[in-house]
Design a protein around this ligand. Structure first.
Ligand code: ASP
Length: 354
């Protein structure tokens, strides 16, 4: 009996969530759009140019007004947080963005947030927000591979889909979402996997849903701790610890590790070969760094799979495992972890939880 009641309730919820995700609902959700620049706001000299344009040239009002259909699904407001090519993204912009997203989502009359962003570091900003947003309301990041001035620009549809997703109660408590090219990915897993294709984003562990003709449809959960369940709070931070990534390769040596130590880093992510393997000449330098109190995390340049404990010498040196996070996401988690603790066991636990 109880089971049947639960099934009926779940069917009703699904139906309600489905209905509220469609146009023309009596009360439209309120979605704040925060713009940071990128190709989605890019302007080129000709409508066939897909490179050599100025990223972040167009303001948020231009982007919103180019897609009037957005207003069928949500009441939107636009705010310009930055106007960057996202290759130049910085901790300062992340902190500003995270604070603003937290402020907005704390307001009763804001139902969700959309962020427009360049695609180059989109996954990093998404993961930073996933770790620092205190709300379970939807946060969706989108961008575009073609500038706004190009024939068949992908930005307008991506923006419309992102707003529809952020306005949809079914997107609640799924962590920060990335939505481009009709695909929904979790901030933790997604990565840019193609330099120019419209299908540029991919999650090695699988996307969590898709936009079916504009309707969000979910197939997977974001299983790791995410926005609204996070211990990291960037609201009172004005800077982040200095953490660098060093890329392993044949014939590697101690040069970059020693330079990083001299520069005063608090942490090093080693993007190793295979299962986070480290060239012996870099390994001895990393062991010295670890001995001196620098947190060393083994990640991998492979692009898929989990880095798990391997050589005894890595364990003896106190190196941590980066789990299935890419090196660039290991860097972000280590930066935030170092704002809380320097305990290796606590930091390792974080890498298994987030
Ligand atoms: N370089 C651009 C950026 O990340 C690329 C893009 O948006 O697609 O801002």
């Amino acid at each position: 009996m109880k089971k049947r009641l639960a099934t009926v309730l779940s069917m009703m919820t699904t139906l309600l969530l489905g209905l509220t995700c469609t146009a023309g609902a009596a009360e439209k959700p309120n979605v704040a759009i925060l713009a940071t620049g990128g190709t989605i706001a890019g302007s080129a000299a000709s409508d066939t140019a897909t490179t050599g344009y100025k990223a972040g040239a167009l303001g948020i009002d231009v982007l919103i007004n180019a897609v009037p259909e957005i207003r069928n699904y949500a009441n939107v407001t636009g705010e310009q947080i930055a106007s960057l090519d996202s290759k130049d993204m910085s901790d300062a912009v992340w902190l500003k963005l995270s604070k603003r997203v937290n402020e907005l989502l704390a307001q009763k009359n804001v139902d969700g947030v959309v962020i427009t962003h360049g695609t180059d570091t989109l996954e990093e900003t998404a993961y930073f927000l996933n770790l620092t947003v205190q709300s379970r309301k939807p946060v969706v990041i989108t961008g575009a591979m073609r500038p706004a001035t190009a024939i068949s620009a992908d930005g307008p549809m991506n923006l419309l889909n992102a707003v529809r997703l952020a306005a949809c109660p079914a997107a609640h408590d799924r962590g920060v979402l990335v939505c481009l090219n009709d695909q929904i990915d979790s901030a933790r897993n997604v990565t840019k996997a193609h330099t120019t294709s419209l299908a540029a984003f991919n999650s090695p562990l699988g996307p969590i849903g898709c936009m079916n003709d504009g309707t969000p449809t979910f197939y997977n959960m974001a299983a790791r701790k995410h926005a609204g369940h996070t211990e990291f709070d960037a609201r009172n931070l004005s800077s982040l610890p200095y953490v660098k990534i060093i890329y392993g390769h044949a014939n590697d040596d101690a040069l970059f590790v020693d330079a990083a130590v001299r520069a005063g880093v608090r942490g090093i992510i080693y993007a190793g070969t295979g299962n986070g393997s480290i060239h012996k000449d870099a390994e001895s330098a990393l062991a010295r760094a670890s001995e001196a109190g620098i947190i060393v995390v083994r990640s991998t340049r492979v692009g898929g799979g989990t880095v798990i404990p391997a050589e005894q010498s890595y364990i003896d040196a106190g190196f941590l495992d980066g789990d299935s996070l890419s090196p660039q996401k290991c860097r972000i988690l280590l930066q935030l972890a170092l704002t809380k603790t320097t305990s290796r066991s606590r930091i390792q636990k974080m890498f298994h939880e987030y």
